[in-house]
Design a protein around this ligand. Sequence first.
Ligand code: FAD
Length: 434
Amino acid sequence: MTWHNWAGTASADPARRYWPRSAEEIADAIKDAASAGLTVRALGGGHSFTPAAATSGAALDLSGWTGIVAADLSSGLITARSGTTIRELNRALDSLGLAMQNLGDIDAQTISGAISTGTHGTGAALGGIATQVAALELVLADGSVVSCSAEQRPDLFNAARVSVGALGVISTVTLQCVPAFTLAAYEAPMHVDQVLARFDEFAADNDHFEFYWFPYGGNALLKQNNRTAVGAASAPGPMPGWRRFLEYEVMENAAFGALCRTGRAMPSLIKPLNRLASATLSTRRYSAPSHEVFVTPRRVRFVESEYAVPRESVQEVLTELRAGVPRLADPVMFPVEIRVAAADDVWLSTAYGRDSAYIAIHQYVGLPYQEYFRLFESIAIAVGGRPHWGKMHTRDAAYLATAYPRFDDFLRIRDETDPDRRFANPYLDQVFGP
Ligand SMILES: Cc1cc2nc3c(=O)[nH]c(=O)nc-3n(C[C@H](O)[C@H](O)[C@H](O)COP(=O)(O)OP(=O)(O)OC[C@H]3O[C@@H](n4cnc5c(N)ncnc54)[C@H](O)[C@@H]3O)c2cc1C
């Protein structure tokens, strides 16, 4: 059965599939595949735009290896099986009175797929999901099951938290969670010039700040999400169910999807439709449990590239992108998304060692995107940008070695844990070398 990713940008025909339901069964699958001379990849939720999970060898489907195996309410440490989706995780944490400190904007990924590619949300003082990992259990190429954390095999831990599945198959993830919290969300349109002029202020003054900007429109949609005590008098009320449906399902998915389909059928309408979408952005103010604010439904399919750049370069990158987009032969239907993260210490995290801004560009599926993505990549790499491991880019190991100070250390751990390249695939050959 052919495997496809969510965006339809990668597909593969694995020679074998395994459905392991324990660390021992993961080890058995790896050994069985090795005896047949096959390479091995773990499948997550298929939400990477890059062919990170694609394999013509053995695919390990972890969709039956889910759920929380341990929870310590006093420390907030919980251990989840690697195939658990973030949606399942959020539900389970809710029932324990816990939450993830920061999340990306969907919940369909598995926890191990998300950390393996450096998935992140936004927050100038906060890191991506991999920074919330306290320990990992991995099954290595020789079938051994090992644990790592800051205290136990720290080099393996630093390498494995973001490792695109190159070091082994994660069997469990231990996460440092926080007490459940409420976010007060404030979303409002603002001219993009004004947002850029006040970028540092917005990043500093909000727990979670981001903005979307439609490339041909003047307005950006500014999102400022802040922690609030449950029941605080200053907090806005919850969004009624009907309004949530109208705003997120109808406006952001059904109506926006209709605009995209119209633009794809009649590309000459894309710029005016884009301006229309920009002009009709509305203000919303509500409170909800944190994960309900972080996560929104994404039903309109798109392709995406994203680079982390040094925070201080964000103005330069966006200025060049704004100048370049109107000159593209094919117009752009989707908005650009800008987020922030704090410097961290995970060797292959896109925010390793530097406060970062994330700039993500998108195009509606089926519309030409190559020239746009090439333009963006050339701008981002000029400031030392690091591509998201799960989003489209053309960087290779030679470039990435210059972008990551601990790249050689990562390759050393890869040589130690997987000398025969049991976990190789063409994408890993590109980004880490064969
Ligand atoms: C609509 C949409 C919204 C998105 N939003 C965000 C966002 O807000 N922020 C962000 O940073 N990214 C975002 N992404 C990207 C997405 O979070 C990442 O690509 C993530 O890796 C997808 O997780 P997955 O479970 O689908 O993993 P997959 O794409 O299936 O796999 C990713 C990698 O992880 C490896 N892997 C999976 N499981 C294991 C395991 N058990 N052990 C070892 N390796 C494993 C795979 O082999 C592969 O190399 C988005 C993507 C989409 C399609």
